[in-house]
Design a binder for this molecule. Structure first.
Ligand code: SF4
Length: 352
């Protein structure tokens, strides 16, 4: 849903100013699925909007619902790139995990999306449309979306302009009206993007997927660490903190016998005390099985890891991902066959 294209239609036709408000309300508050539902607009304007800015450009494919109320939607862009969106329920609060790209180029070892390869970055409209789908689904349960996390497929900071434009649309008090602090951007450590984010006035939340407290292990788990090693990443986070005074959320996936030793917890505490003193919160995450040859940590090892962080006064929370039974949990998003489909598209003969 390209709202800016809709506004351009109004401008081209010299529509009165109040039409902008009507269009915005129809899309973000009434959650229309088709311009014909926007009955405050004249029929000819609805037709023009439908032609230039369709409400639904993404094609909705499978929908899966987990026992815990999580819903995963599979979409395809108009040019055939797959993506997934996950609606999560925490009590009566709903949050949505959005994709910023179809696939991902960063190839983290624990992540099913990384194994799928990179398709393309999504536009602000394609990201907004995922939120609108989630809002309609939540509305069907009598609920509203309270939080947005850019933690689905892709590295959002590699698609920063579109992601920020989307955040502006979601935050618009006359539109969707989601507080900036309710929108979290999660990065694998794309340093130039962290610096760019630090310069923004929108008070977005920043989460960094750290997952290892030393370069050797982090390189093995997250190849992006070769380009931006921990010293560079931590320096960028320190600059971010200095510029924004905002807390940084540190994501740490617990992998059995890989990154869950007590010495590693101590090393993590050293890093955070040195670079983000009093300015971070660690989210420890249970690993959800993917095709990778990795296992979730044993509960005893998790307990000992947490004890170290507590003793070192690092605030931490242990999170269990939602929707693991439908492959909707952290690290599990992937569309099977996407790599093959892309290759087939590249080699397909031109139509006669
Ligand atoms: S964890 Fe994030 S950055 Fe890493 S491969 Fe998966 S989607 Fe990409």
């Amino acid at each position: 849903m390209d709202l800016e294209a809709a506004y351009a239609v109004l401008a081209e036709r010299g529509a009165p100013a109040y039409r902008v408000e009507q269009v915005r309300h129809a899309v973000t508050r009434d959650l229309i699925v088709d311009w014909d539902e926007a009955t405050t607009l004249p029929k000819d304007l609805r037709n023009a909007l439908a032609a230039a800015a369709p409400v639904r450009e993404l094609v909705l494919g499978d929908l899966q619902e987990s026992a815990d109320g999580t819903v995963k939607a599979r979409f395809e862009t108009a040019d055939g790139f797959p993506l997934e969106t996950v609606l999560m329920r925490h009590g009566d609060r709903h949050a949505v995990c959005l994709s910023s790209q179809s696939g991902c180029a960063l190839a983290c070892a624990f992540c099913a999306t990384g194994a799928m390869g990179f398709g393309r970055s999504l536009t602000r409209g394609e990201i907004l449309e995922q939120l609108l789908w989630a809002a309609r689904t939540a509305q069907g349960r009598g609920a509203r979306i309270r939080n947005v996390v850019m933690m689905g497929m892709g590295e959002p900071l590699q698609n920063l302009a579109e992601v920020l434009a989307f955040c502006g649309l979601a935050n618009d008090p006359e539109g969707f009206g989601l507080g900036a602090r309710s929108i979290a951007i999660s990065t694998a450590g794309w340093v130039p993007g962290i610096d760019a984010l630090a310069a923004q006035t929108l008070q977005l939340k920043l989460a960094i997927s750290l997952h290892a407290p030393d370069d050797a292990l982090r390189e093995r788990l997250m190849p992006v660490n070769r380009r931006y090693p921990l010293a560079d990443l931590m320096a960028a986070l320190k600059r971010y903190r200095a510029a924004t005074r905002r807390r940084v959320y540190v994501e740490y996936l617990l992998l059995d016998q890989v990154n869950d030793r007590t010495e590693q917890a101590d090393r993590l505490a050293d890093l955070l005390h040195e670079h983000l003193p009093g300015a971070c919160h660690v989210n420890l995450i249970w690993y959800n099985p993917t095709a990778a040859d990795l296992e979730a940590s044993d509960p005893d090892r998790v307990r000992r890891f947490r004890e170290v962080l507590d003793r070192r006064r690092i605030p931490q929370t242990l999170r269990r991902s939602k929707g693991s039974d439908i492959d909707a949990a952290c690290g599990q998003l992937a569309v099977r066959g996407a790599r093959e489909a892309r290759a087939a598209r590249r080699t397909a003969p031109e139509p006669a």
